[in-house]
Structures are given as C-alpha cells and as structure tokens.
Design a protein around this ligand. Structure first.
Ligand SMILES: Cc1cc2nc3c(=O)[nH]c(=O)nc-3n(C[C@H](O)[C@H](O)[C@H](O)COP(=O)(O)OP(=O)(O)OC[C@H]3O[C@@H](n4cnc5c(N)ncnc54)[C@H](O)[C@@H]3O)c2cc1C
Length: 626
C-alpha cells in the first residue's frame, strides 16, 4: 500500500502541486522527498506521521509535506529539485517568490524532538519581512511588557512561560496555542531576575497566568512539560479554537444565541451520566431504527447482536435492563427471518404493559450537551455507551456466556462496528470507522485490549475532527483523557508526548465503570407495577415471550443473576421476580397467591356444599325394598 494517505495529518504533494504550494506560501514548509521502494523511508514513515500529528496545530506557521520520487509522475520534479538520496528533507521559507529548491536538513538525527526543534529554529530564521502571517512572535518578551500586565483587565488570558535559554517549551507552547483564541502566550527567560522575584518564581520551566479580570497566579500543572502547559491553556473557560473560515461567522453567532436561550445544565466531566446513555438508547431504538421498515439479513443479525450486548452488559437501571432483556428474549425466541420495525417499537414502548419495564421517551443530554442542538448529543452518547460496554465486558468476562457472542474478546467492538456500518445515520463516520477496524481490529486479543483499542480509535477520530465543522467550540476535540483528568496517563519521552497505556487502561476502567455513572436527572414517572396488573394478564403475548427461555442449570433465572452483579450505584428500583420469563413484581405475585388461595377455598366450599346436599337428597329419597 501507499506510505501516506489523505488521512494522515500532512500534505501529499505531487509534481502538479509542489511548486504552486511552496512558492509564495503564507507558511513555511518542511517536505520529505522519499521513495516508496526505499526500506529506510518505509521504516521512517510512522515517525514522520507522528511528527506531523505533533505539530498539526502549527500549520499557520509551518506545514509538513511529502513527495514520492518513485512515482513516475514525479521523476522530473525530483530531478529539478536535485534530490539524490532518499529520504531528503527540505525546508522552504514562507513568502519566497524566487525559485528555491529549499534548504536540505542534515541534523544530528531524525528523531521527532530534534526535527521539531529545528522547525522552530527555522521559523525564527525568517525576517520581519517574510515572517509567516499567522505566526506569533517567538522571541522572549521584555520584562516591562510582562510587568505592565499586572492588574490589567483584558478580553483574554496571557500565559507567560518562564524558561532558560536552551529550552524550547515556551516556543512550542506558543505555536501549540496558535489556532486558539482567548489566550496569548509569551515567553521570558529566567535570567530576568527582577521579574522572577516579583512573580515569586524560583524554578524553570514554570508558567504564570494573567486572567482577564486583572488577577494573576502561577499555573498549576502536575508536570512542567509542553503537553501539560498546552492542554491546561486549551481547556481554560473561554478559550476555544478559531473557526476555520469567516464563512462560519454567522453560524457562530447563532450558536451563541441558542446557548443563551437554552438553559445550560452544569455537569462534571469526570463523570458519566445515565441520562446521556438512556437518551442515546431511546434515540437509537425509537428514531434511528425507525427509518428501517423491516429488519432482515445483516440488519437483523446486527440488531440481535446489539441487543444481546446491551441486554447483558448495560449497567443501567432495572427498568431499562428489563426492557432490553425482554427484547432479547423475544428476538431469540422468534424464528422469523424478517421482523417489522413496528414490533420492536411496540416492545420498546412496552405496549404489552409488562410491569417494571420502561425506557424514557425524552432526549435529555447532560454530559453530552452541546452549545447548539446540532452539536454533540447522540454521537457523543454512542461513543460513551460503547466505552461503557467494553469496560463492562472486561470486568465481567462471563456476561456473554450462553449467547451467540460468548468467548469472543471482540464481541463488543464487532457489534459496534456492525451497528455503525449498518444503522448509524452518519455514513461518512461509518466508512471511516470501518477503515480503522479493517486496519487493526484483528490485533485485539483480549477484553482489556478491546477497551484500549476503542480509546485509541476514538482519539484518532478526535485528532481528525479537531478544528472541523462538527467540533463544538465550547468542547474542543482533544486527546483524551486530558492531564487534568488523568495526570499519570501522560509522559514525555525524548521530548515527545507519550501515553502510559497501563495508566490509561486503569483510568478507562474507573471512568466508565458502573460506579462512576451518575443518576442525575434520570428520575421520571412510569407506570407502577400494581396499576397495570389486571391488564397485563390479558394482553401479554406470553406465547411469544415464554418460548426460547432457558432457565439456568442452578435454577436461578439467568437475568436475575446478572442484574445482581451489575453495580448500579443504588439507583435500581424494586427488584422484579422472574416468573415464566415475564417481569412479575412482588405485588403481582402476592395477588396471584391470594387469588389462588381464594379459588381453593371456593372450590372446597362448593365440594362440601354438594356433598351435604347429595347426602340429604339420598336420605330424603330413601325407600327401603319391601
Ligand atoms: C463511531 C463513530 C465515528 C464517527 N466518525 C465521525 C466522522 O468521521 N466525522 C465526523 O464529523 N464525526 C464523526 N463522529 C462524531 C464525532 O466523533 C463526535 O461524536 C461528535 O462530533 C460529538 O463530539 P463530542 O465533542 O461530543 O465528543 P465525542 O467525540 O462524541 O466523545 C464523547 C465523550 O467521550 C469522551 N472521550 C473523548 N475521547 C475519548 C477517548 N479517546 N476514549 C474514551 N473516551 C473519550 C469524552 O468525555 C467526550 O466528551 C463519529 C461518531 C462515532 C460514534
């Protein structure tokens, strides 16, 4: 296959585009001329992609490109640029109007940190005349300029990085924050003793923050490294990514207006919310599926697998879990090859009025709230749901036993893949997700790896969507979990941000565990057990529901045992006793017993009544033979 694709965060150049891209460009360029048959280039390509991802936010100042000299079409251009060896790295200044074949980089090594620091040096080689338009100043600020900020009110934050002369952190953070508005980053050298003393800073690197309201304080980050400083600043309230083009400005205004009219509910981003998950399930079952009149073939199989996974793993409220379990029992007991959607809807709406089954028909987002109705919401809840499910599968490996999906570490991921490809309304999303799955899903060998795979892929999507139209300016797409949520998840190796995956796994298992799901805003009224009991006995299609029920070997009904094992943080309702697979509540059962006792007594009374009567009759009509 090709070494680089359109999905990579870099620009693929060809003979048709190279010159027009480089000449008089508003940004500087670093281009790798490679050859797709050169083993070295192949081995180096992951590093180059990682570098491009690392400096993606610098693109208004300097951009990364590649050109394949082994492509027949590019033979001439590579000759014209005097490329003799592969790979060759060339820098091109911004705004160059004369023919320029670039400056070849021959550095100490080709490691990411070395190349990235050279990119900074190269940017600083520009003069005031050819300085890339979007690039802020990289030189250290003057003491007076920082001192004058003290007590000054402003419409933005100013962050000051204090560092020694050799350090690159300040310049890297300045470049990292380039596409964001609401914050200005400056750097100052720790040789400025007077200022250091005034701000009370003793060690470098350090960061200081001047707030819009005129106050100032040291920046509180767990690790004094580039990623932590940049992340902290990107997540400040009021700091967000600039919109890509001015075309979107009116829309932006509309977003702000709507957020004012709709009441924004406070939430804690270190929690997962049950209302988001239930709203997502509601939307999935009642809205997304509704576009399919009947389900058959792949669709039916996909839906069955989805229901299996949620019925067995969703750590939800009793009423919702019961509804999913009933749906599952009904699906597996039906030998039909085609199921009308209406039948599914009837079950989702509990038309049979089985007590204790309920899924709210409200869409209410909390952790998935967007700043406008078009943003976040359902896709956010779907990601959240599947993260919860992979974590549940890893913590309860036997949960899918006796189902079509048992003993498969990929069960949840494959179900998600099928669902996204078959039903998810966003076709493009489905295509992308399928590409990612084809590339690497087969490497997943355990339930823990499945948790990490989904996390990794979600971050890949976040990286791709950062700065795009579907990004909510109030919730910028970041590599998640951010350092404020999990400081130990982040490390720096040779100047490059790396994840500590053991820590990430531990964090995911905690964050998406049942214990971390908040029941906030979930309470809603639904038909209580007693009020529908008479009705149910008549209208339950029990012939359908009872079929296909397999009691477990120890006599304890399957779904009872499972619901007991889900820790739902005390939000379950009164437990229902399973009887013939139907959800009878305690009230139902006692009424049954009472009715039974009454009918026994009645029958006995009848029996004695007739016995006594027949005896009397015999005596009365007794005529002894003469
Ligand atoms: C399978 C799938 C594919 C998609 N593909 C596309 C696409 O190609 N193009 C497009 O425009 N939109 C796509 N979307 C939608 C997009 O990914 C977002 O869901 C949507 O833009 C809403 O974003 P959000 O800010 O609410 O956060 P989301 O990305 O929806 O994330 C929801 C929550 O999950 C948590 N989270 C974030 N990252 C991670 C992670 N790595 N691991 C675990 N938890 C995390 C955070 O708490 C976050 O708030 C896709 C959605 C799905 C479900």
């Amino acid at each position: 296959g090709r070494l680089y694709t359109e999905e990579d965060p870099l620009v693929i150049l060809t003979s048709d585009t190279l010159k027009q891209t480089l000449f008089n460009s508003s940004t500087a360029w670093l281009v790798q001329f490679y050859s797709s048959w050169c083993g070295h280039c192949i081995q180096y390509s992951p590093t180059w992609k990682a570098l491009a991802g690392d400096v993606k936010d610098w693109s208004q100042a300097i951009r990364i490109g590649v050109l394949d000299c082994a492509h027949e079409k590019n033979f001439d251009i590579c000759k014209e640029f005097s490329i003799h060896f592969y790979p060759t790295f060339r820098y091109f200044k911004a705004h160059s109007t004369t023919f320029d074949i670039g400056k070849t980089y021959r550095g100490a090594d080709r490691e990411i940190q070395t190349v990235r620091q050279l990119m900074v040096n190269f940017l600083q080689n520009h003069t005031r005349r050819d300085w890339p338009a979007g690039c802020p100043p990289l030189e250290p600020a003057r003491t007076e300029n920082i001192q004058s900020l003290i007590g000054l009110k402003s419409d933005h934050y100013t962050a000051v990085i204090i560092e020694d002369e050799e350090s690159y952190i300040g310049r890297e953070v300045i470049l990292d924050l380039m596409p964001y508005e609401g914050v200005v980053v400056k750097r100052i050298l720790n040789s400025e003793k007077v200022l250091m003393e005034k701000l009370g800073i003793t060690t470098a690197p350090a960061a200081y923050l001047f707030y819009p309201n005129g106050t100032h304080a040291g920046m509180d980050v767990q690790k004094r490294i580039r990623f932590f400083f940049s992340s902290f600043l990107k997540l400040l309230p009021g700091v967000h990514r600039k919109q890509p083009s001015s075309v979107q400005q009116p829309e932006q205004a509309a977003i702000k207006d709507q957020s004012k009219s709709e009441l924004f509910k406070e939430f804690d981003k270190s929690k997962v919310y049950m209302v988001d998950l239930e709203s997502g399930l509601h939307y999935l079952l009642r809205v997304e599926l509704a576009t399919h009149k009947t389900l058959e073939g792949v669709e039916l199989k996909t839906f069955k697998d989805f229901v299996t996974v949620v019925a067995k793993l969703f750590p939800g409220r009793q009423s919702v879990v019961k509804l999913l379990e009933t749906l599952l029992e009904w699906l597996i007991s039906l030998p039909l090859e085609k199921i009308p959607y209406e039948a599914i809807l009837d079950l989702a709406n509990n038309k049979m009025r089985i007590s204790g089954l309920h899924l709210s028909e409200r869409v209410q987002w909390l952790g998935c709230q967007g700043s406008s109705v078009a943003l976040r919401g359902y896709p956010c809840s779907l990601w959240t749901l599947f993260h919860v499910l992979t974590v549940q599968a890893a913590s309860r490996p036997d949960a899918l036993a006796n189902t079509a999906l048992e003993d498969d570490p990929l069960a949840v991921l494959q179900t998600m893949r099928q669902y996204i490809g078959t039903f998810f309304g966003c076709r493009e999303c489905g295509k992308h997700f399928e590409e990612m799955a084809q590339e690497s899903i087969s490497q997943v060998k355990s339930l823990d790896e499945a948790v990490l795979w989904l996390w990794r892929k979600h971050n890949q999507v976040n990286a791709r969507l950062a700065g795009s139209m579907s990004e909510d300016p109030m919730f910028p797409k970041t590599q998640w979990p951010t350092p404020d949520l999990c400081p130990t998840c982040h490390e720096e190796q040779d100047g490059l941000h790396v994840w500590n995956e053991d820590m990430v796994l531990a964090f995911l298992k905690k964050h998406y565990s049942a214990a971390n799901i908040s029941p906030k805003y979930t309470s809603d009224v639904h038909p209580e057990a007693g009020s529908v009991v008479a009705n149910k006995a008549i209208s339950t299609p029990s012939s359908v529901l009872i079929k296909g029920l397999k009691p477990s070997p120890d006599g304890v009904p399957k779904h009872m045992k499972q619901t007991d094992r889900r820790g739902t943080g005390g939000i379950q309702k009164e437990p229902n006793l399973p009887f013939l697979g139907l959800g009878f509540s305690g009230v139902d059962m006692s009424l049954c017993v009472l009715l039974y006792a009454f009918s026994c007594i009645f029958l006995m009374l009848m029996f004695f009544f007739f016995r006594v009567r027949s005896k009397r009759w015999k005596i009365k009509n007794h005529r002894p033979f003469v």
